[in-house]
Write a protein that binds this ligand. Sequence first.
Ligand SMILES: [Zn+2]
Length: 291
Amino acid sequence: MGKAISVLLLATLLLSACSSGNNNGELTQGSATQAPAGTQTAAPAATAQATAGSTAAPDMSPAPSPSATVAPAPTEIPLLYHMNKNYDIVPNEEGTDKKVVLLSFDDGPKDAEMINALMDTLDKHQAKAIFFVNGYRVKEHPELLELLHDRGGIIGNHSWDHIVLKDKGYAEVKKQIEDVQSIVKEITGEAPDFFRPPHGAGGDVGKQVAAENGMLYMTWSVGSLDWEMKEKDTGKTETLVKNVTDQLHSGSNILMHELPWTVEALDTLLTTLEGKGYSFVDPRSIELKMR
Ligand SMILES: [Zn+2]
């Protein structure tokens, strides 16, 4: 596909995404500053359990013994990739597989059945994904965020109310973003490392607040267009797979949503991507600083 066509297509996608018409300027990075990348480890949320076990007698914990088999340390995920200004995933070094895609699901958490089905399919393909959640949904159903986290979903911040942030003032955007950091940390023990603005429209202020919180700001580079589909539509799996494969390229940052037809299409989509030689990047292997 020609570059001009890709840019046009991407611009069209941004305009149509999440049914918002105001997405101008999101393709360029502007002058937003980036915070230093935090350390990224895959340590489980040990802090979340701290209070529960705090009344246990001290001798309940196993004493370390030199002869005992040492449990493996939490897996360190090497930072092999970074995100470029098109929100694509790029290897840091020559020799690292560049034929990867990043999977993401926005606008949850909504429903345990859908979450479990998504995670079952991701597990089957040994794939990780970012789930960009809205704070108001997390507040309504904290148990669903817990489920996502417990099943290995990587939690991303999608603002509290799913509003267009780019025209809002600093204080409001800060609250929209940081309240999500707080509630996710409260429930999972870890604040999100990734931020995606609703409607792809964070503006400079969204980029700034994301950076202040040490998060990697991203929109996407391949839209599944699942948000345009309706329950009554036929052939949704084929349409979704075609929408993705038509735009597919190395490092594709694929936007999907927690929607029933996306849940249904996911296995076919992942099988198709694997058939084309792509693998699924672990979000934790992506540096939190864009370059
Ligand atoms: Zn959204």
